[in-house]
Design a protein around this ligand. Structure first.
Ligand SMILES: Cc1cc2nc3c(=O)[nH]c(=O)nc-3n(C[C@H](O)[C@H](O)[C@H](O)COP(=O)(O)OP(=O)(O)OC[C@H]3O[C@@H](n4cnc5c(N)ncnc54)[C@H](O)[C@@H]3O)c2cc1C
Ligand code: SF4
Length: 331
């Protein structure tokens, strides 16, 4: 393994200042994703080598699950996934989020992996993670997935690059209209998670709006409205822990079995978590039944453009949306 320098940050401002001074620095939280990159010695414009690791676990008071005066949820960036998954308050008020935080990897990784790290983790495309493939994301001029093994790649919104977003908690948080507190040289700002992730059309080299010297410090989720329900379902290739082939998070206000308002978000199908606005629009004011739930799934996948080996994801996504929507009616 290559050597690197280590710095223990004492505050968010300290970490931001260190990043600003060091173009080859990266922050490390639990390290469950980042250390894999370092061990594999990946390099390129979209996968720069880290010569200096800035540890943000040493910043005080960054791991918490708490509620603000308005009843909204606040998650510190360094909160382990297991803490989110097992919080009685999260389970009661945001069951879809709790389930999504229980879903990544193994207990060991959920103990060490932070909620911010889960949102910021890099894509899992095997060509990207293979040292020998200089694809677009590593500054090359080719996407190996187009002509190669693409069974786990994007069926929606791929362009140049066909990664899928790997995070389970991202769709759940977007379905709940969560936002991120971003700290940078100019101070702190709030960014809706819906606008936080960017696809290859915007910039093929990165996956979020964060600049090199900006950090995700806290996640806020609005207080659940009356009759607000949420769910998360994930399909994987293997029965043991695995990334999503397709996942879906739904959150909706359901009154008398009617979908008043809500969000439907897919994971594992597009370079960013995919907000299924066609489903959301179609469900508004509708009684939730087999017909309206299936219609929501069908309308979402009209835009699917599968590759040579991943058309199977289209039917899975349609069915998962229908199942998740129906589950809210019976929750
Ligand atoms: C075998 C395995 C299976 C997995 N399966 C799943 C799965 O099924 N579903 C799923 O969702 N995930 C899965 N994961 C991913 C796992 O959830 C993440 O590795 C973990 O959540 C990352 O958190 P971390 O604190 O270890 O981040 P790190 O590895 O420390 O950091 C990850 C990235 O985020 C950046 N970063 C970290 N914190 C911040 C911050 N506060 N602000 C800005 N940037 C930051 C780092 O610089 C780095 O680029 C799996 C991982 C492994 C190893
Ligand atoms: S899908 Fe993206 S990351 Fe994977 S080979 Fe193509 S350009 Fe590279």
């Amino acid at each position: 393994m290559r050597s690197f320098k280590y710095y223990a940050a004492t505050s968010w401002e300290d970490a931001v200042a260190m990043l600003s001074k060091n173009a080859a620095a990266q922050v490390i939280a639990g390290g469950s994703d980042l250390l894999g990159w370092i061990k594999d010695d990946l390099n390129g414009p979209g996968a720069p080598r880290a010569d200096l690791l800035i540890d943000i676990r040493t910043i005080p008071n960054t791991s918490y699950v708490k509620f603000d005066a308005a009843g909204g949820l606040k998650l510190g960036a360094l909160t382990p996934l297991v803490t989110v998954a097992e919080s009685a308050d999260v389970l009661k008020n945001y069951p879809g989020l709790a389930k999504s935080a229980l879903s990544p990897a193994s207990p060991a990784i959920r103990n060490v992996g932070s909620i911010a790290g889960n949102l910021m983790q890099r894509p899992r495309c095997w060509y990207l993670r293979g040292k020998d493939f200089a694809c677009y994301k590593k500054g090359g001029d080719f996407c190996f997935a187009v002509t190669g093994e693409n069974q786990y790649h994007a069926i929606l919104e791929g362009e140049l690059c066909y990664i899928v977003h790997p995070s389970d908690t991202a769709p759940a948080l977007i379905a709940l209209n969560a936002s991120a507190k971003v700290v940078g040289p100019g101070g702190a700002k709030d960014v809706a998670l819906d606008k936080f992730f960017i696809g290859p059309r915007t910039n093929v080299l990165k996956e979020t709006v964060l600049e090199h010297n900006e950090l995700l410090a806290e996640i806020s989720v609005p207080a659940p409205a009356a009759n607000w329900k949420s769910a998360f379902i994930k399909v994987t290739q293997r029965d043991v822990y695995d990334f999503a082939v397709v996942s879906v998070a739904v959150a909706g206000q359901i009154e008398g079995g009617v979908w008043k308002d809500g969000r439907v978000v897919l994971g594992g199908v597009a370079p960013t978590p995919y907000r299924a606005t066609a489903a959301e629009d179609a469900l508004k004011g509708q009684k939730i039944d087999e017909k309206s739930a299936r219609n929501a799934g069908d309308l979402t996948l009209v835009k699917a453009r599968p590759m040579s080996q991943n058309a199977y994801k289209v039917d899975i996504a349609k069915n998962l949306i229908a199942r998740a929507v129906l589950s809210l009616a019976s929750a």
